[in-house]
Design a protein around this ligand. Sequence first.
Ligand code: NDP
Ligand code: 2IT
Length: 446
Amino acid sequence: MDESLESVYDEILRRNPGETEFHQAAYELLDSLRPVVSRHPEYTEAAVIRRLCEPERQIIFRVPWVDDSGAVQINRGFRVEFNSALGPYKGGLRFHPSVYLGIVKFLGFEQIFKNSLTGLPIGGGKGGSDFDPKGRSEGEIMRFCQAFMTELYRHIGEYTDVPAGDIGVGRREIGYLFGQYKRITNRYESGVLTGKGLTWGGAQVRTEATGYGTVFFANEVLKTRGTSFDGKTVVISGSGNVAIYAAEKVAELGGRVVACSDSGGFVVDEDGIDVALLKEVKEVRRERISAYADERGGRSRYVAGESVWTVPCDIALPCATQNEVDGDLAATLVRNGCVVVAEGANMPCTPDAVRVLTEAGVSFAPGKAANAGGVATSALEMQQNASRDSWSFAHTEERLAEIMVGIHDRCLETADSYGIPGSYVAGANIAGFIQVADAMLALGVI
Ligand code: NDP
Ligand code: 2IT
């Protein structure tokens, strides 16, 4: 790494002790900027990179609520408003017991560049809580969401900060959060949250957008290799929002998804995952993935406690969580003949995994490019809210597809123009960075 970038990284380590995921995300970005700082000394002179690595605002708050037994529970809530050079802070909320400041900061940091890549006017932010929704009743989920919003409402707004979902936060939770925001503020401010239901300000395709978008992106990658999804074997990790709709689009494009997972294990279905059944088990009944295999009888088997990445595939779509594919699992994928890895999740591949895949000639599409369809469609939801309009499914999906092709092409063009042809990592980091950096220069030292 260049000396000035090295010193930025040292400063990150010093100021953010223990936040290993944030360190990892920052290192990956900085590592790509070497050719940029030599071509653009103005960024260094105005300390753009150093400013970018320090969030504009970090909010940490107490979330007290009462569980079904009458006991008082205390969780911690977060919102990191990282960068607003391009537009209001935008990014999801994650409810998972692993959430702490380092996770929220890594996600918020990634979000800045992802949102920039969409070409839409949205800044970067992220939030969430260490609340664990697993095993909680409907009433507990609602009361937690209300308690969370009772503090968060004062920090957000359609021109300020617009949260959405992420792990553990889907349409149900967005509903309770929006209801509480509306109640406290006495404003029907649709544009304050995205991922809303279709009858109360939501947009067509937002539910499907991240999964579909990841597959649209992977399809462009396959085209550069002179091939397509048709007849290919695909493995997807996770079985949540992103995984389900990735599986649906793969099947539509002629691919066969043979396995998916949750944190307990994975299911294999050589006939191809039955997406309607997957939705029934996960979205309607909210059960574990093992229930899918039970329902399929002898046609599917459940494997507990092992990684889904041991299942052979042509195309791998990690759609669960950060650092789920390490160097060894990446080597297994390579040995099994995998040629494309596109990240539906945020940072699911460790730096070691990325190195192993790249060295083996696997096409690797990083999350901030490949999974940008979710937030892009959130920005389309904001557009519709602002104009009190509502677009059709077909029109919205077409916009999403165009955006994903646009991001794909911009990654490759940028990588090419900086002398790193074919690198989606370099292309995404540089193209995402330059737009934010130019806006920050124009807005002065703020
Ligand atoms: P969901 O909560 O709908 O699903 C998450 C899935 O990942 C579940 O199957 C879950 O299994 C699994 N998972 C979560 N944490 C772990 C873990 N620590 N170890 C193993 N498996 C785990 O979330 P989403 O589908 O929305 O999000 C998945 C990924 O996609 C995340 O990285 C998120 O940041 C990213 N993403 C999401 C977007 C969106 O629009 N929703 C947009 C862009 C990226 P279990 O139920 O057992 O916990
Ligand atoms: O990681 C992500 O891009 C998201 N969770 C979606 C954010 C959004 O604002 O739609």
